[in-house]
Ligand binder design. Structure first.
Ligand code: NI
Length: 198
C-alpha cells in the first residue's frame, strides 16, 4: 500500500469513527428519553492502567472529577502533539481550577509507550495531563470502551505508525460521556465550558 492510499484510508477511518461517534451520541441522547426502544450506547467505562510515574491508575481515581480524555501515542508526528498543546492551553485557562479536573492521554501504542516514554513526552505539555499506558489487552479494552479506532501501520524501513481516532472526550464527574470537545474553538471558550462541569 503506498503512502497516498494509506493516508486516504486513514482519513476514511477517522471519518467513519467520527460518524459512528455522532450516531452513538444520537442513540445515547434519544435513549435518555426513556421511551426509545434503542439501547443507549455508552462511551467510557472502567479501566485499570499505569500512569507516567509507573503508578496504577483507574477510573476510580477520577471519582468526583470531570475530565478530558484523548487517545494517541508519543511517536505521533502531528495530531497528538497539536491536540496535547491545545489541551495544555485549556488547562492553563482554567488556572487553579485545573486541579479540580483531569486530562488523560491514553496510549494506543503499548509497544513503545512505556511509563518512562510517556513521562519524557509529557514534559512538553501542561503538568496536569496524565499519561496512561498498559499492556496491549488493557489498552485495547479502554479504547473499545471509548469507541476509539486505532490500527498499527507499517512504514518503509521496518518502522510503524498508528492510525487512531483523534477525538477529545469530555466526561462528567460520574465518568459519563458529556460531549466531544470542539478543539477548533478558542481555549478560553472550551475552558469556560469545562468550568461549568466542575
Ligand atoms: Ni496521534
Amino acid at each position: 500500500m503506498n503512502e497516498r492510499t494509506r493516508r486516504l484510508l486513514a482519513i476514511f477511518a477517522t471519518f467513519t469513527a467520527g460518524l459512528l461517534l455522532c450516531l452513538s451520541v444520537i442513540v445515547f441522547v434519544s435513549g435518555r428519553g426513556g421511551t426509545s426502544a434503542v439501547q443507549a450506547v455508552s462511551i467510557g467505562g472502567p479501566f485499570n492502567l499505569v500512569d507516567q510515574n509507573g503508578q496504577p491508575f483507574s477510573d476510580k481515581d477520577l471519582k468526583g472529577k470531570s475530565f478530558l480524555v484523548f487517545f494517541g501515542f508519543t511517536h505521533c508526528p502531528d495530531v497528538c502533539p497539536t491536540t496535547l498543546f491545545e489541551i495544555s492551553e485549556i488547562l492553563r485557562n482554567l488556572g487553579p481550577e485545573a486541579d479540580h479536573t483531569a486530562a488523560l492521554f491514553i496510549s494506543v501504542d503499548p509497544e513503545r509507550d512505556t511509563p518512562a516514554a510517556m513521562k519524557d513526552y509529557l514534559a512538553n505539555f501542561d503538568p496536569h495531563i496524565r499519561g496512561l499506558t498498559g499492556d496491549a489487552a488493557a489498552l485495547d479494552a479502554v479504547a473499545r470502551a471509548y469507541r476509539v479506532y486505532y490500527k498499527k501501520v507499517s512504514l518503509e524501513g521496518g518502522d510503524y505508525t498508528m492510525d487512531h481516532t483523534a477525538i477529545v472526550y469530555l466526561m462528567d464527574k460520574e465518568g459519563r460521556f458529556v460531549a466531544p470537545v470542539n478543539m477548533r474553538r478558542n481555549a478560553d471558550i472550551v475552558a469556560a465550558d469545562l468550568r461549568k462541569q466542575l
